[in-house]
Each structure stands twice: as C-alpha cells, then as structure tokens.
Design a protein around this ligand. Structure first.
Ligand code: IPM
Ligand code: MG
Length: 359
C-alpha cells in the first residue's frame, strides 16, 4: 500500500467545484487499488489576495514543496483585474511553476470521439481523432526574462527579453524526447530560428540531444508555419516541443481544434516526483457556484498525476476509461451538451465518473 500527500490549490471561480470532484475520484481510486491519498488545502490566487493580501503566500508554496504533488483548480477573475501587476492572481501560477522547479509542461490535445462533432475543423481533417502532446518549456524564456522600462529611439519604451540557456534547452528537450519514446516517436521542435538568436541555440541544442534518441524522428518548424499546419493537417503531429511563449499560444490552438477544450488536463513537472496538475481551462467566474462547470479536465488532471508523478499507470487508465465510458453513455455538462444527450451538473458528472471506476 502506498501513501501520497497532495496539496490542493482549489483557487477561484469554478476551481473549488471541479477540484472537489477530482478529489472524490482519487478517493475512489484509493479504495479500489488500495492507496492512501491525503489532501491538504491551501490558498493561492484571488482567494489568497482576499485572505492574506498576496496571491501566493509563503506557506502555500512551502506546503506544495513538501507534498508529493499539487492539484490546482483555476485562479483569477474580474474581481482582481485591477490589483497591481506583481500581485495579480496569474502571478501565483508563475510563482508556483518557478518555485517548485516545474520546467516541463505537458499539454495533451486529445480528441474524444464522443465529441468529434465539436471540432471546428472539417470532419475529414480530424477523422479518427487527434492525439497531440505539446511539451512546453515553463520556467524560462520571455516569461521570466529581464524586463522593464528604458529610453529607446522613440522615448521611453517597455521591454521583455527572451533568453534560454543551453542547460534549460537540454533538460526540456530530454523530457520531450522521453515523452516521444512513450508515444509515436515523432517530435517536431517549434522555434523562430530565422529571426531569434535564442531559437538558433534552441534548434542546435535539440539536434544535439536528438542523438541520444536515434529512434525518434525529429524535425524543426518555424512557429508561424506550425500554427498554420495545426489547422491544415493536425494529424502530422505527435509531440511538439517548444518554448514557454510559443507553447502558451500553440497549446490553446491545439486544444481548440480537438473540440474538447473544456476536457483537457495538463501536467507541470520537473526533475523529481513533485508535479502540478491542472485543467487547461480558466476559472470561469460567470458560472462559478452554479453546479454547471465541467469537472472532466480536472479529473483527467489527476489521471496525469497518477501516471507522471506516482507511476500508477493502471490507476490512471481506470480514470481515463471511466471518462470515455461516461461520455459514450451520453452524460454531458452544459458546455458540451447536444441534442439527445443527458444533461448533468458538476456534482453529477463527478459522481457518474467515480461510480464508473467501481464497475
Ligand atoms: C496558461 C496561461 C498562463 C500562461 C497565464 C494565466 C499566466 O495562459 O497556463 O497557458 O501564460 O502560462
Ligand atoms: Mg495560456
């Protein structure tokens, strides 16, 4: 029997509702497979600003660091739109990623067959589903580079810098190649090497690391072309490796074309076991507290936690299978509702998935 300590950052908006369902699903997994999951709830984001005046209290970061993994709901909302920049709820996310050393962000763009008609692309382009894994560098690049104000050619100007060290590129590239080895062994590295010096180092370093993975087919693509290829022929992609900023943009695009954007999880991992798992959707303040939010992305996030942090593949698969089966039985939250399907709320969706695990 194994025991795991999980820090839960429910956050704002629909965060607490969706994490509650994911926690219930984990408890079910614990019962069925004989594991103990302990949960410790901590504040970050807007709720932490309200309670402590800071978006990421030290205690939160400390508890997360000491845990085996972090489950995060969502942070932010219009209520905190006017707080000063360094204390915006989003800063809590960046602080957690950086503070926990989570330099690799895994964002699967998976199409669920039951929702295929929700893809905005023509059926022939997405026939037989989509399954892309975006590996985004998460603690470097322009998000964390030097920034500020200075005097420029036209007077005062603001600037942000994109910088990558060889070491940062090597470690994210290795993680991406490892992921590719578990999948279809096809990796496209996305950069802007025709313009950016940092991209030229990126490309050269990825090529060097690729020698350690002779089985993986590697190619390079400029980011403008990649964004076009994603809608033209998304099936050509297996693993996409890219920088923090390009990954932010491409992962939104990739998730949208699956038609399952509200269902997609993500994992942020580093060198060790500790990872942070969260749905890719936001805090949806407009539907918060109404039992309308779709908990599936958060439930699939704990499946990623089981797989990547705890190496419990069987347990992870039990969750994924339960989600697919519930979708096939026709259960739908309002965001994915269509004619003839069974409309359920957040709690009911969580419950049918948990019950499915028991079957
Ligand atoms: C994401 C989000 C964040 C990011 C924001 C909220 C800081 O867009 O996780 O993709 O840009 O990384
Ligand atoms: Mg984003």
């Amino acid at each position: 029997m194994a025991e795991f300590n999980i820090a839960v950052v429910s956050g704002d908006g629909i965060g607490p509702e969706v994490t509650a369902e994911a926690v219930n699903v984990l408890k079910k997994i614990g019962e069925k497979f004989n594991h103990i999951f302990n949960f410790k709830y901590v504040l970050a984001g807007g709720c932490a600003i309200d309670e402590f005046g800071v978006c990421l209290p030290e205690e939160t970061l400390e508890i997360c660091k000491q845990s085996d993994s972090v489950l995060l709901g969502a942070v932010g909302g219009p209520k905190w739109d006017n707080v000063e920049n360094k204390n915006r709820p989003e800063k809590a996310l960046l602080g957690l990623r950086d503070g926990l050393g989570l330099f690799t962000n895994l964002r699967p763009a998976t199409m669920y067959k039951a929702l295929a008609n929700a893809s905005p692309l023509k059926p022939e382009i997405v026939e037989d589903g989509l399954d892309i894994m975006i590996v985004r560098e998460l603690t470097g690049g322009i998000y964390f580079g030097d920034r500020g104000y200075r005097q420029g050619k036209y007077g005062e100007e603001a600037y942000d810098t994109e910088a990558y060290s060889k070491k940062e590129i090597e470690r994210i590239a290795r993680n991406a190649f490892d992921v590719a080895m578990q999948r279809n062994k096809n990796l496209v590295s996305v950069d802007k090497a025709n313009v950016l010096e940092s991209s030229r180092l990126w490309r050269k370093t990825v090529d060097e690391i690729s020698k350690e993975y002779p089985e993986v087919k590697v190619s390079h693509m400029y980011v403008d072309n990649a964004s076009m290829q994603l809608v033209r022929n998304p099936k050509q992609f297996d693993v996409i490796l890219t920088s923090n900023m390009f990954g932010d943009i491409l992962s939104d695009e990739a998730s949208m074309i699956t038609g399952s954007i509200g269902l997609l999880p993500s994992a942020s991992i580093g060198d060790g076991r500790l990872g942070m798992y969260e749905p890719i959707h936001g805090s949806a303040p407009d539907i918060a507290g109404q039992n309308k939010a779709n908990p599936i992305a958060t439930i699939l996030s704990v499946a990623m936690m089981l797989k990547y942090s705890f190496k419990l593949d069987k347990e992870a698969k039990a969750i994924e299978d339960a989600v697919i089966s519930v979708l096939e039985k026709g259960y739908r939250t309002p965001d994915i509702m269509s004619e003839g399907m069974i409309l359920v709320g957040t709690k009911e969706m969580g419950k049918v998935i948990a019950d499915e695990i028991n079957m």
